[in-house]
Structure formats: C-alpha cells, structure tokens
Design a protein. Structure first.
Length: 352
C-alpha cells in the first residue's frame, strides 16, 4: 500500500504532503489545482516497478537503472518538452523532490531533479525491491474505440497522447481471467453488464464490441460514450487488471456519465476497494463525492478526502492541501460552493 507522497516544487505544488488510506482516496479541487498531477506523479513512479514496463531480471533495483527509468516515465506520462519543465517555476534555483512511502518500507523511494534536468533524475532514496503490485491509470475518456492498433502505433511513432493511454491499452488486450478470480470478477461485473445491456468482447480482428443478447455484437463506436467508459472498466475487471490487488488511478470517473451511472460507478469503486485494490480518484462532481461518502459509512471501506485549493493571487504559495476522513471534514469544496450559489441565485430570482 502507498501510504504517503511528499511533493516539493512539483508543478503547482510548493510543498504538499499526501497521506493515503488503503481503500478509496478522493482528490477534489477546481481546474488548475493539480488533481491529475497528483495521480500522474504517483502512477509514473509506481509504473516503473509495477509491471507496465520491463524491469531488469538481475536482482534488486539500482540507481543506474532508476535514474533514467523514472525520468522516462515522468516524461511519457506528463509529456513536457523536458523533465525540468515539471519543476515549479519560481525565481532563483529550486529542485523538485518526490518521495513515496509504503507500508513495506523496502519500496520507499525519493527522487530529485532541477529545472535544467533533461533525461535523468537523482535517486536519493533507493527502493530495496521491486513492487509486485500493478498500477493502472484510467484517463478521462474511454479507450476501447482507439484500442485497435494503438499500442503498435504508439511504439513505432511519436504521438502526443500521454503514456497512460498506451499502458491502459496493454491491459485492455490481456486475456480474460479463468478460475477462482474469474468468479470474483463475474460478481462485480453483474451490475455493470446490466447497465450496459450486454457484455464486452474482444473480437479476433482486434476490435471491441458490446455483445447484446438477442441482438448480436454492436461496434463499440456505436455505443453511447458513457456506456463505453463502463465497458472499459468492465473489460479491465474481466482481465484482472483491476480486481483484487495493485493501484487504480481514475481521473474524473463521472465524465460523460448520468447520475444513475455515476452512482453505479461509485459502488463499483467501493467493491474493488473491498477486494483489496487501493483506489485514487480525482473529481469535480459533488454528486460522486457524496455517493462515495455515503458508501464509506455503509461499507466500512477506508476513505480519505483531499481538497486542493489555489493560494491567493500574487502570493506564490502554490496549492494548499487539506485532508480528512469524511467529506464534511473539508472546509472548502468548490463543487458544493457553486451548487449553493446557484440555489441562492434561483431563490433571489423567484422572490424578485
């Protein structure tokens, strides 16, 4: 389990200390507060040793391998012109520092790089072993429709899509589970397949379809976009990429979903956490926040809320982080503030 991430001079963060729980970790804040950056920096470092890219087979991690591997992954995930562009830009010379701490201290790692860094980081804290837990990053949009040929194209050409797309497509193409884990996956898939009206299949031609009972296969581009997001999640559950181990990073799960499907998504997130997956979610949606909060009280799944807030203009203090075990513990939630402001405007108009 990843239980802490400390950032210094990383993109919008001057200094930030995130304390994660073993269950569902929810990051909320307005645009430009760095929600996606929190997910991506943790994912990038975890992915180096978590099975997404090949790791050396000759023993424990080494600084010589990791100083380039970490840099390559950060560049692939964030797509800056050079690594140093990820360091927060301020007057004078400052170094970016990233530290991950785990329940197993042998996995702990700490890296640094400056604004002039190009292709390597300084590994100041070397992990003592590779992590056998696989991380998975789900971007805001679904990837089933871009899957055919995407991985081979990405490997052979320079594309502006960030590397999380490539990594997720690799997992989408994995074979479906068999045996006891298949049974566990089937139970989680039942409500998702009911909402979609069918099940996801990968045809021999390398394209995804929605198998509709009594109707046949529907090409994935013809399926509603919100349902395609559910279909992507369903496929990843069926392959075991997200099921009972590892880390799931999901950027705006609510995008393109109606409230009924958002509620279903919240339930699936909690079910995956129950199975042992550590989940990290970034969202704008107060509806999703509230659903996750309600489910946490009902299920007993550990949950942690992290509110990001921009500093006052001109102070240069970076984004502040507030953390709480319940939604009510956060002092400032932009999504809620705007809902209340809208309600007040409506009342004013009605009584004008």
């Amino acid at each position: 389990m990843l239980h802490r991430m400390q950032l210094k001079n990383m993109t919008v963060f001057e200094a930030a200390d995130f304390n994660f729980c073993a269950g569902v970790n929810v990051i909320v804040g307005e645009n430009g507060c760095g929600k996606s950056h929190v997910l991506k920096v943790a994912y990038a470092l975890l992915a180096v040793g978590g099975g997404v890219r090949a790791i050396p087979a000759d023993g424990a991690p080494t600084k010589s391998h990791l100083q380039k591997a970490y840099a390559d992954k950060l560049i692939g995930v964030f797509k800056p012109e050079k690594l140093g562009r990820l360091a927060r830009r301020r007057q004078g010379r400052h170094r970016c520092e990233i530290e991950l701490s785990f329940d197993d201290a042998r996995l702990n790692t700490r890296i640094e790089f400056s604004t002039s860094a190009t292709s390597e980081v300084a590994v100041e804290g070397l992990p003592q072993r590779w992590d056998n837990q696989t991380p998975l990053y789900l971007p805001t949009r679904e990837l089933l429709t871009v899957y055919p040929g995407f991985v081979s194209l990405y490997e052979g050409r320079y594309l502006e899509f960030d590397e999380t797309w490539r990594d997720t497509c690799v997992h989408l193409g994995a074979p479906a589970l068999r045996g006891p884990r298949e049974t566990v996956a089937a139970g989680i898939l039942l409500p998702i397949e009911a909402a979609m009206g069918g099940r996801v299949i990968l045809n021999s031609n390398g394209r995804f379809y929605l198998d509709l009972p009594g109707t046949g296969n529907m090409e994935m581009p013809l399926v509603a976009e919100g349902l395609r997001k559910l279909a992507m999640l369903a496929r990843l559950i069926s392959t075991g990429a997200v099921l009972d181990q590892g880390y799931l990073f999901w950027d705006e799960p609510e995008a393109n979903l109606n409230p009924r499907l958002v509620r279903l998504t919240a339930k699936v997130i909690h079910e995956l956490a129950k199975q042992g997956l550590q989940v990290f979610v970034a969202t704008h949606s107060y509806f999703l926040l509230k659903e996750l909060d309600i489910l946490s009280r009902q299920s007993g799944v550990a949950q942690r809320f992290m509110g990001l807030q921009k500093s006052e203009a001109g102070t240069g203090a970076g984004v502040a982080v507030q953390q709480a075990d319940t939604l009510q513990g956060l002092d400032h939630i932009v999504a809620l503030d705007e809902e209340l402001a809208q309600y007040d405007r409506d009342l004013e108009q009605r009584h004008a």
